[in-house]
Design a protein around this ligand. Structure first.
Ligand SMILES: Nc1ncnc2c1ncn2[C@@H]1O[C@H](COP(=O)(O)OP(=O)(O)OP(=O)(O)O)[C@@H](O)[C@H]1O
Ligand SMILES: O=P(O)(O)OC[C@H]1O[C@H](OP(=O)(O)OP(=O)(O)O)[C@H](O)[C@@H]1O
Ligand SMILES: [Mg+2]
Length: 282
C-alpha cells in the first residue's frame, strides 16, 4: 500500500481531494475521517494538518504527501517537491502601512509578524537584514494596527485582506507557492507505486488544461492548419470521403482554444469541434 498524506482542512484540502477523486481514488465522505483505505487502488490516505505533512513525509512513515511549497520550505523538513499541482497558488510577501519601508533592505531594527517564521528568518538573513520575527498563528494583518509589529509577511492571493487592513506590499515576492506532491529526501526515485500515482495526477492536470479539437480542412490548407494545432506528438490526419478534404484531430491548450478555432475558420476549416478530455496517460 502506498501511504499518502493529504491536507485535512484549509485552502489545500478541497482542491486536493477533488483532484484525487478525478484521478480515480476514493476520498472521505465525512470531514472527521482521518484515515481512508482505498484497497482497489492500493493506497492509504492520512488526512493531516497541512503544516505537519512535510514532517510526516520526511520521517519516512508516509511515502508521499500533498502540501504547499511555502509550507514545505517553512518546515525545513527533509522532503522535496516532485510534482507541482497548479492549485492553491499564492505569493508570499512583506506588507506595511504606506511609507514605512519600500523593500526588505529597509527592515533593519523592525519587527516582522508572520505565521511562516522559517521562510522569513532565512529571507532576512540572506539579505543581511537584522530584524526581529514574531510568530502569530493567523490574522497576521491585524498585528500592525495592534502595535505588535511594523511589518507583516504573509500569503497573498487576491490582496483583499491587505487592502482591508490598509496595508500595501513592499519589495519583490519572497516566494511563489502552489500545491505540490512531496517525498522524503533520498527516497527511492523510481518506486513504481509512486510513479503510477504521479502519472494519474499528471493525467488530471493534462485533462484540465487541454481539450481535443477536431476539424475538416482542404488538403492545400493542411500545413497552415496543423501549424496552429501541432498537438502533443503530432496531429492525426485522416482522409475524408469528399476528395481534397481531410479530418484533423489534435489536443490543444484549452486556454487559447477559442482563438485557434477563429484562426482555423479564417483558414477555411469547417466543422471545428472541441471536446473535454476526462483523463489521460501521456
Ligand atoms: N487565500 C489563501 N489563504 C491562505 N493560504 C492560501 C491561500 N491561497 C493559497 N493558499 C495556500 O494554502 C496553504 C495554506 O494552507 P493552510 O491550510 O495552512 O492555511 P489556510 O488555507 O489559511 O487555512 P486555515 O488558516 O483556515 O487553517 C499555503 O500553501 C498557501 O500558500
Ligand atoms: O490575498 P487574499 O485573497 O486576501 O488571501 C490571503 C489571506 O488569506 C489567508 O488568511 P486566512 O483567511 O486563511 O486566515 P488566517 O490568517 O487566520 O489563516 C492569508 O493568511 C491571508 O490573510
Ligand atoms: Mg490561513
Amino acid at each position: 500500500m502506498l501511504r499518502i498524506a493529504i491536507p485535512n482542512k484549509g485552502s489545500l484540502s478541497g482542491p486536493a481531494s477533488a483532484m484525487l477523486h478525478e484521478a480515480g481514488y476514493q476520498q472521505r465522505t465525512e470531514s472527521k475521517e482521518l484515515v481512508l483505505v482505498d484497497p482497489a487502488n492500493e493506497v492509504e490516505f492520512f488526512y493531516l494538518r497541512p503544516r505537519d505533512i512535510a514532517i510526516y513525509v520526511s520521517s519516512g512513515k508516509l511515502d508521499i504527501g500533498i502540501t504547499g511549497r511555502d509550507l514545505l520550505q517553512d518546515s525545513d523538513a527533509r522532503a522535496e517537491e516532485i510534482l507541482p499541482l497548479g492549485f492553491a497558488r499564492s505569493t508570499f510577501r512583506y506588507a506595511t502601512r504606506p511609507g514605512t519601508a519600500s523593500g526588505v533592505e529597509d527592515l533593519g531594527g523592525m519587527t516582522v509578524a508572520t505565521s511562516y517564521e522559517g521562510i522569513v528568518a532565512k529571507h532576512l538573513a540572506d539579505h543581511g537584514v537584522d530584524a526581529s520575527v514574531v510568530h502569530l498563528d493567523g490574522a497576521v494583518e491585524t498585528a500592525i494596527e495592534l502595535g505588535v509589529a511594523q511589518v507583516i509577511a504573509d500569503v497573498v492571493e487576491t490582496g483583499t485582506s491587505l487592502r482591508n487592513a490598509g496595508l500595501e506590499v513592499i519589495g519583490e515576492p519572497i516566494m511563489t507557492s502552489e500545491a505540490v506532491v512531496i517525498r522524503g529526501t533520498g527516497a527511492e526515485e523510481d518506486d513504481p507505486k509512486v510513479q503510477q500515482f504521479l502519472r494519474r495526477l499528471q493525467g488530471v492536470l493534462v485533462a484540465r488544461t487541454y481539450v481535443m479539437m477536431d476539424y475538416d480542412c482542404r488538403v492545400e490548407h493542411l500545413e497552415k492548419a496543423v501549424a496552429l494545432t501541432p498537438g502533443l506528438e503530432s496531429p492525426t490526419v485522416s482522409p475524408l470521403h469528399h476528395e481534397g478534404w481531410v479530418a484533423v484531430r489534435a489536443m490543444v491548450p484549452s486556454k487559447g482554444a477559442q482563438r485557434i478555432m477563429d484562426d482555423l475558420y479564417q483558414l477555411g476549416a469547417r466543422a471545428i469541434l472541441t471536446t473535454a478530455i476526462h483523463a489521460c496517460r501521456l
